[in-house]
Design a protein around this ligand. Structure first.
Ligand code: AMP
Ligand code: ZN
Ligand code: FE
Ligand code: FE
Length: 283
């Protein structure tokens, strides 16, 4: 416990293996510059940043915890689940992630078809080009629309077209939160409910806890201090773990979110490791 206390830990950020702008190396360098000591890379549906990011972190004095962000849905509501300490070599995990990424490509194509029907001649190829090596998502579509002058601001894409109730919205393939939690657990990781302040009701949180959720992301740019206090209360009440981070994507997607400003204490990471250790002992 002692040695990590007082260190800044940011356990939520994205690289260009999903919809972030920076490569893992660029991101890690920036993390050190911003005074972080422990981070987790949590790309959507991808663990491709590992093991290189862990090795690079060792070189520059940054502890890098493996992570992933999965999209689940419950009663048509989006629920994001963060998995920490997952074994990125786990075959089942890798197969699932690859399947999700393929489904994302098909969904991006459906969104482009809808945009074309709305008289926006965006080409699917240009979206895939924008995504590059990353799991393709709506942020890539928004960037492609912006780059090609179909919209004036990044946000306009979501407000007018691809937001959850927009005319060009298409669902992704999504697991149930229970399946997401199980997938993370069977890959040796701990599961956390991401940014509950955005979408998630108290009732849903209770449901997830029953399904084996290990913790809640208490610190997130979308949370007010009241949100954080509220979720910290739930963490305490149910003996859960507390996480937090910036959800940094770099570039426009970060919307003013600055790395180094959203963090939890390193002692909280130590508590996660203790939980993991006792879970492994009881298996
Ligand atoms: P996807 O996983 O493809 O559904 O994309 C989800 C991502 O799109 C989220 O993680 C956000 O970064 C971004 N996003 C979703 N809704 C909005 C919105 N209304 N405004 C800006 N960004 C959004
Ligand atoms: Zn993202
Ligand atoms: Fe998310
Ligand atoms: Fe995220």
């Amino acid at each position: 416990m002692i040695e990590s206390m007082g260190l800044k830990a940011d356990l939520h950020m994205h690289t260009n293996f999903s919809d972030g702008e920076l490569s893992p190396n660029e991101l890690l360098t920036l993390c050190v510059r911003k005074g972080l000591s422990i981070i987790s890379i949590t790309d959507h549906d991808s663990v491709s940043a590992f093991p290189d990011a862990v090795a690079q972190g060792k070189k520059i004095g940054l502890e890098v915890i493996t992570g992933v962000e999965l999209s689940a849905s419950l009663d048509d509501k989006d629920i994001h689940i963060l998995g920490y300490f997952v074994n990125y070599e786990n075959k089942r995990l890798q197969e699932y992630l690859e399947f999700f990424r393929i489904e994302r490509v098909k969904r991006a194509e459906r969104i482009v078809t809808k945009l074309n029907a709305l008289n926006i001649p965006l080409k699917f190829e240009s979206v895939m080009e924008r995504a590059g090596i990353g799991s393709v998502g709506r942020p890539h579509i928004a960037s492609a629309l912006l780059d090609q002058g179909f919209i004036k601001t990044y946000h306009e894409a979501f407000d007018r077209y691809i937001g959850n109730s927009g005319p060009a919205y298409e669902k992704k393939f999504q697991l149930s939160p229970e399946e997401a939690i199980q997938l993370i657990s069977s890959s040796g990781g701990l599961s956390f409910l991401a940014h509950p302040g955005r979408f998630t009701s108290e009732e849903v949180i209770q449901h997830l806890i029953k399904k084996g959720l290990d913790g809640i992301e208490v610190i997130h740019p979308s949370h007010t201090p009241a949100h954080s206090a509220h979720y910290r209360g739930i963490v305490g009440e149910y003996f859960l773990l507390e996480s937090g981070g910036s959800d940094f994507h770099g570039g426009k997607k970060s919307d003013g979110v600055t790395l180094g400003e959203y963090f939890i204490d390193g002692g909280k990471v130590e508590m996660m490791k203790n939980r993991l250790f006792s879970q492994q002992l009881s298996k």
